[in-house]
Design a protein around this ligand. Structure first.
Ligand SMILES: Nc1ncnc2c1ncn2[C@@H]1O[C@H](COP(=O)(O)OP(=O)(O)OP(=O)(O)O)[C@@H](O)[C@H]1O
Ligand SMILES: O=C(CO)[C@H](O)[C@H](O)COP(=O)(O)O
Length: 315
């Protein structure tokens, strides 16, 4: 295994699901082996200053991108950082914290792929792109429940930030090895809000597992799992889709092929061996298991473990 930390980037707009996916992957990799960094901590201005200056947190000028890049380089070589802390409850900064990277580092945030230097620091790059109406619903629910905003304030903020989302956030999709889009099975968001299908765009920037041996003719498990070719931001890509209501049985072959290629994976993150995979907590505290989420977590973990092996072999 590698002697330097393996770094995963998870980038996407506000409330695109970065923290949720990060937590799931950390659970699969083993929380004792994972350091999580959220780049919200590198905001240049606190909430009051941003309002006074009329700048959004999505703007590169509102973030210390140079320090994120510096910290990424340090983390990649196993060195500690003194990380700032942005407190979403108070809207101000807390005292910084000393962080020594563990075996795996997950860096999640708004502008993680904004500069070449930042992009070169990751072993695996993921971009989260849910449909905008779903992201808005997630943002309204999360910011009113956890960040002290009213519904009207969140809606206004989404509108005010749209031009920055378009200019600075969404273009980063082009740098991702995997683009993840969870989406509702129908237009009706009120039914089974947590049970979502997933569309995984697999760019040829890293070697993906060969799913074609399972999904030979483009469909598997009665159509619950589909594989095809497409273009994303003008470039050819593979696309895998998994239905919202896919069952453990239907995704088992995918899981097996991931675990076979990286035998180490199966030890601690098979669906059977780790019942926490794909688990989601609903708004009323109920727990659900989503197999599209489970396969997404396993695929990203697969890439992390592969990167760890490659890096150990060249060390
Ligand atoms: N895969 C998912 N399935 C169901 N709900 C999800 C999923 N991902 C995110 N959500 C919902 O969206 C909300 C926002 O997600 P999360 O906090 O992970 O976003 P984020 O990208 O980290 O946001 P921010 O950058 O603003 O901190 C969560 O509280 C959760 O309710
Ligand atoms: O886009 C965001 C990512 O989480 C937040 O809006 C940003 O970090 C500022 O946080 P807050 O709204 O709590 O002041």
């Amino acid at each position: 295994m590698s002697h330097r930390p393996i770094i995963l980037g998870i980038v996407g707009d506000s409330a695109a699901g970065k923290t949720t996916l990060t937590r799931g992957i950390a659970q699969v990799l083993g929380e004792n082996d994972v350091t999580v960094i959220c780049t919200d901590d590198y905001h240049r201005y606190d909430r009051k200053q941003r309002a006074e200056l009329g700048i959004s947190a999505l703007h590169p000028d509102c973030n210390y991108l140079d320090i994120i890049q510096q910290h990424l380089s340090l983390l990649r070589t196993g060195q500690p950082i003194l990380k700032p802390i942005y407190n979403h409850s108070s809207g101000t900064f807390d005292p910084p914290e000393y962080i020594k990277p563990k075996r795996f580092v997950i860096v999640e945030g708004l502008l993680g792929y904004a500069t070449r230097g930042m992009r070169d620091s990751y072993d695996v790059k993921v971009y989260l792109a849910p449909p905008e109406d779903l992201r808005h619903t997630w943002k309204i629910n999360r910011d009113t429940r956890k960040r002290g905003y009213t519904r009207e304030q969140v809606i206004k903020q989404i509108q005010q930030r749209e031009s920055d989302s378009e200019a600075f956030i969404r273009p980063q999709r082009q740098w991702a090895d995997v683009v993840v889009s969870f989406y509702p099975p129908s237009d009706n968001l009120t039914q089974d809000e947590l049970l979502l299908a997933v569309r995984l765009v697999l760019r040829p920037t890293i070697p993906h597992p060969d799913f074609s041996s399972i999904i030979g003719d483009g469909e598997h498990a009665g159509g619950a799992v589909r594989l095809g070719l497409d273009r994303d931001m003008g470039k050819p890509v593979d696309v895998m889709e998994i239905d919202a209501h896919a069952t453990a049985e239907q995704v088992r072959d995918l899981e097996r092929s991931l675990c076979q290629e990286v035998p180490y994976l199966g030890q601690f993150c098979s669906l059977e061996g780790n019942p926490g995979i794909g688990k989601l907590i609903g708004t009323t505290g109920e727990t659900l298991q989503s197999y599209p989420l489970a396969i997404t977590q396993l695929l990203i973990t697969y890439h992390m473990l592969k990167a760890a092996n490659v890096s150990a072999n060249v060390a």
